[in-house]
Design a protein around this ligand. Structure first.
Ligand code: PMP
Length: 386
């Protein structure tokens, strides 16, 4: 059996059409994009087109796109940059309990440094943030609220437009990490009412190590940079631009905007067939998270009684992941699943499958059969041991 890649939320493969646009820049693109000579100007023109393509995917003005080295940097820039640039006495930040580490750890660091007072916004059993809960927690001391558009582990969507309204009602700023949602479902900076949005190249079949933070004219005014230097990207992110990466991100955004709808329909259909096949052949398969509002490509499944690490090890050559993080040698259960109220045991039995642009129906049939065998094997061994 051939390798089957079902870990698109971890990192999606580079679209060959994106590689095609990047190659000439890598091979022949000469010059620093800030240089005044013709070589530099050509590089700058390519970056400028990419800025438009990114704004074409998520809305906002191209000039409010700040290129970064990925969503991790975009998230750090927003959280730290807002706190350090604040010209008010507000210093409370609210962050949902299921954010990516690049939001939650950045917020935790700000709190440890005494720069902000941090409160976590709990999520429902379905894994989403309820706007009423945000409203109950919010106060005039809040400077920034950060809630992701879609969760990377469960795919569950948050009602970010409604949340932004409640946030703006007290004069606070709203940051939305849209890394997993853009290119899969429609997102518009203005209609959501986001003051800052983060996204990443390698989640939308673009290159890794490049991403963007999209702000607004007003929100960027007070933002402080976290990287100081030559004043690139309106002084918000110094460092000679990664032109090939940025051009690749632009191409991925353009393709994503054009193909999102048809691709999402096709991928959701495959995902649903995959889940149905597993449920038909295995006992104790449970969906984690609200299946009525989630990304079209993601399934987070619990195989009751089967340790997820053992399942993953036995389902080779099918690649998926578990939401747990391995830190200092100890495997911890997924913080996202725990925040939704799952027990540690249930979290340790959960696997995330994420599909995407190049997933085929044949792969899904083969993967389902392989996963069934793996789970059956793990259940049998567990029973013997027990
Ligand atoms: N936010 C979310 C929701 C993510 O899923 C990820 C990647 N796993 C990131 C941020 C970080 O993105 P990057 O790899 O570009 O730093």
């Amino acid at each position: 059996m051939r390798d089957v890649y079902l870990d698109y939320n971890g990192s999606a493969p580079l679209d060959p059409r994106v590689a095609e646009v990047m190659l000439p820049i890598l091979a022949e693109g000469v010059g620093n994009a800030s240089a005044a000579h013709q070589f530099g100007r050509r590089q700058a023109a390519a970056v400028s087109l990419a800025r438009e393509e990114v704004a074409g995917l998520v809305g906002g003005r191209p000039s409010d796109v700040v290129f970064t080295a990925g969503a991790t940097e975009a998230n750090n820039l927003t959280l730290r940059g807002v706190i350090e640039g604040a010209d008010t006495d507000r210093s409370r930040i609210l962050v949902s309990a299921v954010e990516h580490a690049s939001v939650s750890e950045a917020a935790g660091w700000l709190s440890e440094q005494g720069l902000a007072k941090l409160d976590l916004i709990p999520v429902s059993a379905g894994g989403f943030v309820d706007p009423d809960v945000v409203e109950a927690l919010i106060s005039p001391e809040v400077l920034l609220v950060s809630v992701m558009a879609a969760n990377s582990e469960t795919g569950v969507l948050n009602p970010v437009g409604e949340i932004a309204e409640r946030v703006h009602a007290v004069g606070a700023l709203f940051h939305c990490d849209a890394t997993q949602l853009v290119g899969r479902l429609p997102f518009d900076v203005e209609s959501v009412g986001a003051d800052f949005v983060s996204l990443s190249g390698h989640k939308i079949c673009g290159p890794g190590g490049v991403g963007a933070m999209i702000g607004t004219r007003a929100s960027l005014r007070h933002l402080q940079p976290i990287i100081h230097g030559g004043g690139h990207e309106r002084g918000l992110r110094s460092g000679s631009l990664n032109v090939a990466g940025i051009v690749g991100l632009g191409a991925a955004a353009r393709i994503g905007a054009a193909e999102r709808e048809s691709e999402s329909r096709r991928v959701a259909d495959l995902r649903d067939k995959f889940i149905a096949a597993l449920k038909a052949r295995l006992p104790g398969v449970h969906d984690n998270g609200d299946v009525t509002k989630r990304l079209p490509n993601t399934a987070n499944l619990r195989f009751a009684g089967a340790d997820a690490e053992a399942v993953l090890a036995n389902m080779h050559p099918v690649a998926a992941s578990m939401g747990s993080a391995c830190s200092s040698g100890a495997i911890e259960p997924s913080a996202v699943l725990l925040a939704m109220g799952l027990s540690r045991e249930a979290a340790f039995e959960s696997v995330r499958f994420s599909l995407g642009r190049f997933t085929t129906a044949q792969e899904i049939d083969a993967a389902a059969a392989r996963v069934v065998t793996a789970v059956e094997y793990v259940l049998a061994v567990t029973q013997e041991d027990g």
